[in-house]
Design a protein around this ligand. Sequence first.
Ligand code: HEM
Length: 227
Amino acid sequence: MEFNYKSNGTAQPSFTSTHLERLAAMNDAPADAEQVIKNTAANIFAGGSNTVQEELDAVLGGVRLPEFEDMAALPYMIAAYKEAMRWHPLLPLGVAHATTQDDVIDGYFIPKGAIIFLAGFGPDIGKFDPGRFMESGRRDPGQTGAFGYGRRVCPGRYMAENSLFIAVASILRNFDIKPARDSSGNEAMPEYDWTSGIFSSPTHYQCTIKPRSKAAEERILSIPAEG
Ligand code: HEM
């Protein structure tokens, strides 16, 4: 059966389209790659979902923890943490630089010695929208902006992104993070602000973090404590 996912040209970017496009661009794809994509997509669909946790469950099955080899199979999770970094970077203005000579950029004269800061840009910059990093032509997946741009871009970005991948995937695989409950027992979205300064992080807020299931609790307890 032909796996025709965009016959009328209206397919929304998704787990399936992202993987099939990558597969089409590969010369040496394994023979069963398309079948694996079909089966995984079917699992996600059966789960009725498009959330990070459901993607993780579909890819990892009932038992195991995420590994770096799972990266290619978790495009939504990767798009979500990239979007978190874009949405509110730790250094919202980046690190200041100065021009070494007069320049003209897009018709604007920038004199030698001008101090240059980064600024968020693009449509709907305040909206949390992981689709930016999944839909081709919207945003270069390599450019969250959180690591700066150009010649002085952060050289630790690959290590940082890999650490984020494994930490976020492992946490969301095992824990539910939800708003704290108010005095009536209802979940209440936390109110928080951001610290101001070169580094900006959320101010104090409350949430609940619980193992997602008995199986998750056992997985967590089976990991030997460090130290
Ligand atoms: C999420 C974690 C990280 C964030 C958000 C981050 C962000 C940044 C930013 C915004 C800059 C300034 C870029 C510019 O000048 O335009 C920078 C520079 C730098 N970062 Fe990172 N970084 C992270 C992790 C790391 C790690 C893990 C390392 C090393 C292993 C690292 C090493 C450096 C170095 C050496 C520079 C200076 C580069 C230069 O001036 O040529 N960073 N980082």
